[in-house]
Write a protein of this length. Structure first.
Lengths: 254, 307, 950
């Protein structure tokens, strides 16, 4: 089981996250927690929920980065640092190290759709899968002693009690900025694959050799406002006479 | 990486245990000597207590039996399987020594090979993790094996001293192993200090084309499982000091002591005393080395946490 | 190889879904609350998601809304009515019954009403039932009522309504579908939370350009195509410089100006006269224009008139007048508004300002759009379609919370009008019941003759004065209201000045009060400037009597906020999932530009504590006090509870709190008799009602005949109420004339300078007051707060999930300042203002205006409050900037107490703060650290929410 399965289909379900649109509102983070604490497997517990050292298990978190335009392409207003909000959850890697390191077979990759899951009944909570993941996609639930991770809302996406439109992960459904897309990245004709192709979707840490399914769309290129500065033809405004002459002309025409 | 006491204890004590077992398996100690019998018990006790302590860090230790199933892919599973398998020749060898005062070479040597294989499996758990660049090198298993051998030989010297049979070849072997362990470890650490980790905040975010990436705000402001487990940070100066201590105590002092024994013709009491001192020094050095092995290793996930 | 585990993929989420309206912030999204039984048979909330059918959020839900479960079950919930037994601030109370609590409140309030009703100050915080609370206060008879708009964003509301008859806030929205250039001023998380995110996403996906003007580059600014990191308080300079460029380049919509604005209205040019600068009017009070066809001065709006927009014309009385637009053009064409002249003060390069103006002009005029939809204007003229100038704007408190914010907001609206982008396709669109002319808003009430024992106030408290004659001042010119709203201090304080209520009551200036009644307003913490000072005022006792200077405080809230410990009587409110509410067209509606919406909340779960919805309590108190409108002729209560009120109350015949499903059969919209079944019909419909506005009525609502017909049918007004955009504002000129001593009532000498600085018929930038008052060498930097998207003011720290995101706040300091002060991330620093100082943890940032440091708003908490462990990071390291911000300006030496507010509207000038910073010793605790208030008990060590369904 722990060995990566031979995919039974080309289907590779995953997320495409648009860094050009994410405003870092944490909606996906909290909705994920809310859905999954009552969903698949054990709850996502919180320790010291009202105390000093509060912490809990979350399957999706948003980091905020500041990017200084050193040695890179300067985008926007020259010389200014930018902020990028960066949501991160399991990338459902094709070569998922978290699966192969698991000693018990609890961690597995589904052959049909490529979703990486933890069978919590088998998990001994050794934590090695979390060590093996360069992305920090796995978090131990301290209360249950088992590893938790993004299930791509497997209890939503195939749920026949849902309307078709709702069969998407909770984070995708709730995202107010529509920065998250769900689909089959194994199908080059799918909407998500096309989006990735159009926008140069990228892998995180390709050097780790994990071949993530989830893709990130980089911020779009920007043009400084100053580039338009000279396009507004200003007339001689030494006094307002010229302006009023123009105005009279305009009023005549109306 | 968080230097968890249970794991440090496990790798140190089981490394010493397997090292001793490996030397015992070679039959270099007098199988009928009381101290050799004790050595067998000690090796098994160290291995067993190490394995037990490793269970302590599991979330669900009652399911540990499941860890034997995935030997095809998982070094942790292989370690478990090998650990159990190793008990067979080790127990047999111990039985022979303790109750028969005997040594059977094929049993002993298979114990040696399996012990070293188990240590190798343990080391590969770490060495196979690409996410932790410091560990992801053949030098990691080399260091684990070298330290197991050095520790095992140091202990063997001690038990031989008790038996009054501390031979020059054994001392030479111990010195060579210790120096070897030191050399491998220095190489390991040099690599860690000098090699740029394969992943950076820029590659982790894919945003390198915009510029230099720096964390502005953590996702959640208090620590979480990931930052507790992988965000451990030790001050550079502090680490350098500890690294020196680990080399001084783990390698240099034992080498000096064993060399002294080699050069003099010690009384049994002096031999025991110096061997004991050499072993204790080595053990403290190894604990320090193991603490640093975790504490200094930087996990790729910290690229997301500004660490 | 083992086989994969079998997973149950199609489990029902819940046993029942109840649809209601979110209240995790003021956005008011539709939510589906999933309820599921536990094995023990207890019904619990399984999941809350956005309602796809809801016009506000269309299915999405933010972090706050998604954390509703933790809000609902938070240990900080109040459990029963309480009477204070320890000193104020100690948090020592005894629980009492509702009957006891209401008896005490009735006695306190009754005594005030029988003697001097103005001795009650009734202020509500993030109240969404102002139509009820205001009505109650009016029937009680006190003039001292307001909600929190005064410290929130009244500048936006007042400037908008006085200029275009509507405002940004949540009363209008960009045409997200069609806009090609969207410019956002001073908005972090704000009104409207989810619609803004949906909209920005739409704009970006459509390939339109998005520009954010904000000193801080997080949140929305982070995804903007262009970020203009302006220096706080200088937005008006930037905007008017853009106006300058547009005028100079002739990029204005003259036809639009002629049709929809007062550009042609003649302004009297008679210096020193009492009507200088006012509009020339005919005998009926109609403004006059100069008709270029007949070459006569005639009333504006006369059919066929072609009003001159420049020139100098003789009036019938022989005096001269000029079209207001001439004054506007002359003013802003002046080189003092040129980009090069303002660039330094704004911290924005002249090229960027010119580029901004150029892009606005290009998109407005070169990318004009046309929507084929015949429509008819108020003059009966038919149009083939709607011409759109697809440049849209949105702004909120970033530009508003300054002492010059009113002028800034007005400048922005004038820019919108000049390019013809108000309520056109692709522009800013009104959300009904707006637009509404300022004249149709009430005048404020509260004059001595409006007040008397046992009698209601003569009219509504709040409104818009049209000149100094409408001020609430007594014969000596002294303020009538406790907060000094509508006095010379803040003549057009349309939302009151809640931030002055406690300081003024404590000082007895203009008079002391006996009872202070507050709802959902955390005045002992983040909702007050000078927090520690306000806490002292609440604790301060009269030396002679030993009584508190503010003798009785009644407070209602659902959670143990910092304010609870300062109440003498606590009336515990429910959570938002346990209550009835109406999001009413009479209040703060949730209409969209293309549909009229209102909504309800209803108890989707029953309270498990002895708590009551505040509105039901207000109705009960009204009945016990026998207030007119709350009891019948026999003195019996008119309304059983708030649900009953929502359904059966009629403000005008046929007009009630809810506009949908009216009439006996529930088939009437807008107007209709009360329908006893109304709430059920709302519930069936997803807790909201939506009425589509026909395309023929959707644009140019200020002048669209079909819209006005529709609005009358819906009951927004009884006769057509078109709006003429006021580029030139006469009301403000009247105040100038008062200050010049030529128009009665004359402004007192003390206030003349301030009025002449701040009141201009055409908006002007002036230096924010704190900046002008302090030595800029001593306080060289700005410090501002931003609202985090995942936490709404103080409504989040009791929430186990949200607090993990913002467990503490740090001060983000620009790199340049860090280098100067030797600061790096993780250091501690002293931040000092003219008023006080704080010690806080800092972090470096470079994505910010170089003179501006910032932090998240209201994450810091007082130890012991909100049922958090006293050692919680919120209380240990979190902090408030409020300690640095005084409710009064530094003394000017004139013996006056000048409030730290916009002098026109009274808007609290939060963002005027000036500071210095220096490195401090490392610390574990921020300073000031107020003593612990209350002692939370029985906090769980672990939460495993949802484990019951595993």
């Amino acid at each position: 089981m722990t060995s990566l399965p031979k995919p039974s289909s080309e289907t590779r379900l995953g997320l495409v996250i648009d860094l050009d649109i994410c405003v870092g509102c944490h909606a996906c983070v909290v909705n994920c927690k809310e859905w999954n604490t009552g969903g698949y497997g054990n709850s996502l517990s919180d320790q010291n929920p009202y105390g000093a050292d509060v912490s809990g298990a979350w399957l999706n978190r948003i980091h905020t980065f500041e990017i200084l335009p050193e040695g890179g392409e300067v985008i926007g207003e020259e010389g200014e640092a930018r902020v990028v909000h960066f949501p991160k959850s399991c990338l459902h890697c094709q070569d998922a190290p978290c699966v192969t390191v698991c000693p018990t077979g609890a961690s597995y990759k589904r052959a049909d759709d490529g979703i990486v899951l933890v069978d919590e009944e088998k998990c001994i909570g050794c934590g090695l899968c979390a060590w093996s993941c360069p992305y920090g996609a796995r978090e131990m639930d301290v209360a249950a002693g088992v590893m938790k991770k993004c299930t791509l809302c497997i209890d939503r996406i195939y749920n026949e009690t849902f309307e078709e439109v709702d069969r998407v992960p909770a984070c995708v459904r709730t995202c107010p900025a529509k920065a998250r897309h769900f689909g089959d990245l194994g199908d080059p004709q799918s909407a998500v694959s096309k989006l990735v192709a159009e926008r140069d979707g990228m892998d995180l840490m390709p050097e780790q050799g994990t071949r993530p399914v989830n893709k990130y769309l980089p911020p779009r290129k920007r043009t400084p406002l100053a580039a338009s500065a000279d396009t507004l033809v200003a007339e001689n405004t030494g006094d307002a006479t010229g302006f009023f002459a123009w105005l009279d002309g305009m009023l005549e025409k109306i | 990486m968080h230097p968890a006491a249970s794991i440090i204890f496990f790798t140190t004590i089981s490394g010493l245990g397997y090292g001793l077992a490996a030397i015992l398996g070679l039959g270099v100690l007098d199988a009928s000597a009381i101290s050799t019998r004790i050595a067998h018990v000690a090796a098994l006790a160290m291995i067993a207590s190490g394995l037990l302590s490793s269970l302590a860090h599991l979330g669900n230790p009652q399911r540990a039996f499941r860890a034997f199933t995935q030997w095809r892919s998982s070094w942790l599973s292989r370690e478990g399987v090998m650990a159990v398998a190793t008990f067979v020749p080790l127990c047999a060898g111990a039985w022979l020594s303790i109750f028969e005062g005997d040594y059977v070479m094929w049993i002993g040597v298979s114990g040696t090979l399996l012990s070293l294989t188990t240590v190798y499996c343990t080391s590969m758990i770490y060495a196979s993790l690409k996410s932790i660049h410091a560990w992801n090198t053949p030098l990691t298993p080399a260091a684990y094996l070298a330290f197991a051998a050095a520790g095992g030989l140091a202990l063997a010297c001690l038990f031989a001293a008790f038996a009054g049979g501390l031979s020059r070849p054994l001392l030479v072997a111990a010195i060579v192993a210790l120096v070897g362990a030191g050399v491998v470890k220095i190489a390991w650490r040099n690599r860690m200090m000098n090699e740029r980790p394969v992943s950076t905040p820029e590659s982790a975010t894919g945003l390198g084309m915009i510029g230099k990436v720096r964390l502005l705000e953590r996702p959640h402001l208090t620590d979480n499982y990931l930052t507790r487990e992988m965000g451990f940070k030790v001050a550079r100066k502090h680490a350098a000091k500890l690294a020196t201590i680990s080399m001084l105590l783990g390698v240099l002092l034992p080498v000096v002591l064993f060399a002294a024994l080699l050069l003099m013709n010690p009384s049994p009491a002096v031999a025991i005393a110096l061997s004991l001192l050499a072993f204790l020094s080595h053990a403290i050095g190894v604990v320090t080395e193991r603490w640093l092995f975790f504490a200094e290793a930087r996990h790729a996930v910290m690229n997301y946490y500004g660490g | 190889m083992d086989s994969e585990p079998q997973i149950e993929l199609s489990q029902e989420v819940s046993d029942e879904v109840r649809k209601t309206t979110c209240y995790m912030c003021a956005c008011r999204c539709g939510i589906n609350v999933h309820l599921k039984n536990t094995e023990a048979g207890q019904q619990k909330i399984r999941y809350i998601e956005g309602n796809r059918d809801h016009p506000v959020n269309r299915g999405v839900l933010c972090a706050k809304g998604s954390a509703g479960i933790m809000q609902h079950y938070a240990p900080a919930r109040l459990k029963a009515p309480m009477l204070r037994v320890g000193p104020r601030g100690s948090g020592e109370f005894k629980e009492i019954s509702w009957e006891e609590a209401l008896t005490i409140a009735t006695e306190w309030l009754g005594k005030v009403r029988q003697t001097d009703p103005k001795k009650l100050a009734f202020f509500t915080g993030r109240d969404q039932s102002q139509s009820l609370t205001g009505y109650w206060a009016q029937q009680f008879g006190t003039p001292n009522y307001a909600a929190h708009g005064g410290f929130c964003s009244v500048n936006m509301a007042a400037a908008g309504i006085m200029t275009i008859g509507g405002a940004f806030w949540e009363f209008g929205a960009p045409d997200w579908e069609r806009t090609k250039l969207f410019i956002l001023f001073g908005v972090a998380e704000d009104h409207d939370s989810n619609p803004l995110k949906l909209g920005i996403s739409k704009v970006k996906q459509n390939g339109a350009r998005f520009i954010s003007v904000n000193p801080v580059r997080t949140g929305y600014s982070a995804v903007a195509d262009n970020w203009i990191g302006i220096r706080p308080g200088t937005d008006a300079l930037l905007i008017l410089s853009v106006v300058h460029e547009l005028l100079a380049a002739r990029k204005i919509d003259v036809d639009y100006l002629k049709r929809y604005t007062n550009a042609a209205w003649l302004v009297i040019d008679a210096p020193k006269a009492a009507d200088h600068g006012l509009f020339a009017r005919d005998g009926d009070g109609k403004p006059l224009v100069y008709d270029t066809v007949t070459e006569t001065v005639i009333a504006a709006g006369t059919k066929g008139v072609r009003g001159a927009m420049n020139g100098r014309f003789e009036l019938a009385d022989g005096r001269f007048a000029v079209p207001s637009f001439q004054l506007l053009a002359e003013k802003y064409l002046d080189e003092s508004y040129a980009p090069d002249a303002v660039s330094g003060r704004c911290g924005v390069s002249a090229e960027t300002i010119r580029g901004l103006a150029a892009e606005i002009a290009r998109v407005a005029f070169d990318e004009e759009i046309f929507v084929d939809q015949p429509w008819t204007d108020m003059h009966g003229e038919n149009h083939a379609g709607y011409r759109g100038r697809p440049v849209s704007f949105h702004a909120m408190r970033g530009i508003s919370a300054h002492s010059n914010g009113f002028e800034t907001a007005r400048a922005l609206h004038i820019l919108q009008v000049l390019i013809g982008s108000i309520d056109c396709p692709g522009g800013f669109r009104f959300e009904p019941p707006y637009p509404k002319p300022v004249e149709n808003h009430p005048r404020p009430h509260g004059l001595p003759e409006h007040i008397g024992p046992n009698q209601p106030l003569a009219g509504p408290h709040l409104g818009f004065p049209l000149g100094p004659e409408d001020l609430l001042i007594d014969a000596d010119g002294a303020p009538c209201r406790l907060d000094k709203a509508f006095s010379w201090d803040a003549p057009i304080s349309a939302h009151g000045l809640m931030h002055m209520a406690i300081p003024n009551a404590h000082a007895g200036d203009p008079y002391p009060v006996d009872v202070m009644f507050l709802y959902m307003a955390n005045m002992a913490w983040n909702s007050s400037m000078n927090t520690a000072g306000v806490v002292d005022m609440l604790e301060d006792k009269d030396d002679e009597t030993g009584d508190y200077k503010i003798p009785k405080i009644i407070y209602s809230d659902a959670y143990w906020s910092e304010m609870v410990s300062y109440a003498d009587l606590v009336l515990p409110d429910t959570t938002y999932l346990e209550r009835h509410d109406c999001i009413s067209m009479l209040d703060r509606p949730i209409a969209e530009p293309d549909c009229i919406n209102d909504a309800i909340r209803w108890p989707v779960v029953e309270p498990d504590r002895d708590v009551r919805g505040f509105q039901s309590v207000v109705l009960d108190l009204g009945a016990r006090l026998k207030l007119p409108g709350f009891v019948d002729d026999e003195g019996a209560a008119l309304y059983k509870d708030y649900a009953d009120y929502i359904v059966s109350h009629e403000r005008r015949p046929g007009i009630g709190p809810l506009s949908g499903f009216r009439g006996p059969d529930g088939d009437k919209q807008g107007r209709g008799e009360p329908n006893p079944d109304q709430l059920e019909r709302y519930k069936e419909n997803g807790a909201f009602n939506s009425v589509h506005i026909s395309m023929e009525a959707q644009f140019f609502k200020h002048a669209n005949a079909a819209y006005h017909e529709f609005a009358i049918k819906m009951g927004f007004f009884d006769k057509p109420a078109p709006v003429t955009f006021q580029l030139y504002n006469e009301t403000l000129q009247k105040f100038r004339l008062s200050a010049e001593g030529v128009l009665k009532p004359h402004a007192p000498e003390s206030h003349r300078g301030q009025i002449l600085t701040a009141f201009h018929p055409l908006p002007e930038w002036y230096q924010p007051f704190e900046e002008a008052a302090v030595d800029q060498e001593l306080y060289p930097y700005h410090a501002i707060t931003q609202r985090p998207a995942a936490m709404y003011h103080s409504w989040g720290s009791m929430n186990a999930w949200l607090r993990q995101i913002h467990t503490k706040n740090v001060l983000y300091v620009p790199g340049k300042i860090c280098e100067k002060a030797g600061l790096k991330t993780g250091d501690w620093a002293w931040v000092t203002s003219h008023h006080g100082r704080i010690k806080v943890e800092v972090a470096r940032t470079d994505a910010v205006n170089e003179d501006t440091m910032w932090t998240w708003n209201a994450v810091g908490k007082r130890a012991g409050a909100w049922a958090l462990d006293a050692k919680a990071p919120e209380a240990q390291k979190g902090f408030l900037l409020n300690h640095l911000i005084k409710e009064l300006l530094p003394p000017k030496g004139d013996g006056m107490r000048w409030t730290n507010s916009d002098p026109v509207t009274g808007q609290a000038a939060w963002y005027d703060l000036r500071v210095s910073i220096e490195k401090a010793e490392p610390a574990e605790q921020s300073w000031p650290h107020l003593p612990k208030t209350a002692k939370p008990e029985g906090l769980p060590a672990e939460l495993r929410y949802g484990q019951e369904w595993d």
